[in-house]
Structure formats: structure tokens, C-alpha cells
Design a protein around this ligand. Sequence first.
Ligand code: AOF
Ligand code: ZN
Length: 357
Amino acid sequence: MEYAIELAKKGIYTTSPNPSVGCIITEGNKILSEGYHLKSGSDHAEVIALKNLKKKVNNETCMYITLEPCCHTGKTGPCTDTIIKSGIKNIFISMLDPNPLVKGKGVKKLRSNGISVNIGLCKDLSEKINRGFISRVTKKIPYVTAKQAISMDYKITNPKSKWISSAQSRKDVQYFRAKSCAILVSSKTIIKDNSKLKIKLKKSDLNNNEKIIHPIRIVLDTNLSLNINKYNIFEGKEKKIIFNSISTSYNENKNIDFIKIRKDKNGLRLKNIFNILAIKYEINNLYIEPGSKLLNTLVSYNLIDELVFYKSPEIIGKLGLSTLVINSKPSKNISIVTESITKISNDVRIIYKFLRK
Ligand code: AOF
Ligand code: ZN
């Protein structure tokens, strides 16, 4: 199953909005064939593994899949039918599919056709790679990661330089962006950085041959103050969304959706925005590059799953803006754990997990 999970990981940059799934077929200790889901609309992992299988199925043949096989017709047909037809009688599934169209029904169908199904091997690992998909289909919000580059004295801007973190840390950010379905920033960040918010990696960096998929670019612009002909983020054919408090409209020419959202004392209501991103835009993983106000709101209102700091050893002094200035402490329903600490060149990357109870 660990190997099937490694195969599933090959799809993490391309399968959205679908989950990343891997599958192997074995006989005794031998792997006879393998497959993984590459992108929405193409074959599911188990169908590819069955197509790759060159040996006749017998009583020893086993299938290991990281996700419960689907039993519905979406863009592709039900995998359960293909498995039943293949004659395989032993299946190991790592996690059930949280998609309400499947959710246990796949397993039921297999079992009622005389197939032995074992559930739960390496479940935590499979859930980790599909945490965005799980969050979207079960909670109707994406998995939310926020990142900031900070100095030793907790500043997020440097009056003397464009960058705080090192070039290597900035490359690391590109992998987080590439794994995300959308990147969100505030209009203030656009005015300050005028970033394109695109992926600056090559295909070879991502170890696959697929075209680089640039995440949807999202801006919070409460009063529609940004000129869409002026900033780099609005260039190109990819989808852009501007959440604002004024109007809903669609600019087909620039592929921008303007979506009106109610506002409260903290600005646009983020919970509503996240629901729209999950339901209307099928966003599994949302990557936010916030300033201090947006990060403050995300943390204070339990709207964040993961916070990534890139901490440089530089001291900026009082002219820089500070990171997190928390006005109201997060509710007791949250516990924060340090997930990992990694040295990247002269910086330290710290990942915090926010566990909502
Ligand atoms: C599997 N194996 O490799 C994947 C599954 O539109 P479709 O036909 O591609 O179906 C998408 C749904 O199928 C997706 O939301 C999830 O529930 C399941 N994905 N299932 O058995 C796979 N990718
Ligand atoms: Zn399927």
C-alpha cells in the first residue's frame, strides 16, 4: 500500500478537482502491474492497473488501491464494474471515498459480488495526500494553507529589499503553489508586489510530462479599487476571481469572475468565500499569501488548516510591517501543533497545523 501511495503522489499536481489515487496488482510478493490517476476525465487508477496487467487473474491475485473504487458514472464509468469483470477476488483499500456518490457503496458492491475487501491499510497517509479533496466534499470548504516570509524580528516587509526569504525558500513556495488549486491574496498585496502569482517551475521540476497547471488566481478587493488593466495578475487566459462587496459580473475577455460577498467588521466574509470556492469552483487546496490583517482574521476565526513560515535570520527593524498581530485569541476549539521544521539554505521553514476540534 505504501508503494501505491507513492504512485498516487505522482498525480498531486494534476488530478484536481479529483483525488490522487494509486493502485497496484500483485501475486504473492510480486507486483504485476500498477497505475495512478493523472487528471480529471482520464482513467481511474485501478482501470489503468487492470489495463497494464499482462497475466491472467487467479486466486492469488490481489489489488491494492489507496481510495475506495467508485461505483458511479462521472466523467468515467464505475471502477467497481471493471474490477468485478476482471475476476480479482482480493482487494485492499486504504481509505473510503468521502464523495457522497460513493462513500461505502463501492465496497458494498464489491463484497456483494463475492470479493474480499480489507479497509484501512496506511489510512493516515492516504488521507494526508487527499486532505483538500476530503475537506471540500465533507465540509464544503477547501483545505486552507497560508504562508508568510518573516524576518528574525517577525517583520513581513523590508523597506530596503523586495525579498525577505532566500531564493531557495522562494522556490519551495512554488511547489506549494503548484499543489494548490487556487492562490488567494488581498488587493493590498497586488498593489505592493504586482506579482503574476503563476508557477515558475519547469515540468522537470515536477517530475511529470504534463503541462504546468497554473492555479486559479483570487483577489480580495472589497471596494473594487484595482484597475484590471494595470496589474500582472490579471494577464493571461487562466481563470481569475475578484471577491468584492459591490457586484457580481463576468469579464469573459480577461476570464475574470467578479463575485459579490457580504462584508462585516473584518472585511469580506471569508467563510462565505471559502464555501463558494469549494462548491462553485471545486477548489480542494487553497493557498493564501496574506499580509498581517488577513492572516490575523484567518487565525482569529479558525479559518486556517496550516500556516507555513519561512523565517530568515535577518533583522529588519521598526520600519518593516509585523506579522501576526492577533486582536482576539482563537477559540478554544482549536489546537495548534508544530508539524515540521526544515532548514532551507539560511532560512527555516516552520509548518504549523491548526486542528479544529
Ligand atoms: C477511483 N479511482 O483513481 C479516482 C476516483 O468524474 P470521474 O468519473 O473521474 O469521477 C470522479 C470521482 O471518482 C471523484 O470525485 C472521486 O470520488 C472518485 N475518484 N475513484 O475509484 C480513482 N480518481
Ligand atoms: Zn473509479
